[in-house]
Design a protein around this ligand. Structure first.
Ligand code: FES
Length: 131
């Protein structure tokens, strides 16, 4: 599957997106633990992926087919506004800039910017409808 993605016109970027999703869940026979600790569920498509802590949502949402949209990808436009359905503690706290952008775009409670937020635990998200 990664090879097919790599052959698309934006293959390099798509391959990098998938590189953040952990294919290895550990091995009970060898005792090798998985490096992947965070389960991210995209409620809009009913899909859960396991990723390393510190992974940005922007690096996985497109690769799994979530409907989270992006614009500037630099904490400016608010287009990637995402609703945290469950597991708010599974995300790094927002930066001052992210809070300002969320306020400017009337993000409201449970909103985060997918281009900025890093995962640190289990969380469930869905795209916030655009105005
Ligand atoms: S894509 Fe513009 S703020 Fe996230």
């Amino acid at each position: 599957m990664i090879a097919n993605i790599h052959n698309q016109s934006q293959g390099f970027r798509a391959a990098n997106l998938y590189a953040n999703i952990c294919p290895f869940e550990g091995d009970s026979q060898t005792g090798v633990a998985s490096m992947c600790k965070a389960k991210v569920t995209f409620a809009d498509i009913g899909k859960t992926v396991t990723v390393p802590e510190g992974t940005r949502l922007i690096d996985i949402s497109g690769g799994v087919g979530s409907g989270i949209m992006y614009g500037c990808r630099q904490c400016g436009c608010g287009r990637c506004m995402t609703e945290v359905v469950a597991g708010e503690d599974g995300l790094e706290p927002p930066s001052v800039l992210e809070i300002k952008v969320l306020e400017h775009h009337e993000g409201g409670a449970n909103s985060r910017l997918a281009c900025q937020v890093k995962v640190r635990g289990d969380v469930t998200l869905r795209p916030r409808p655009q105005a």
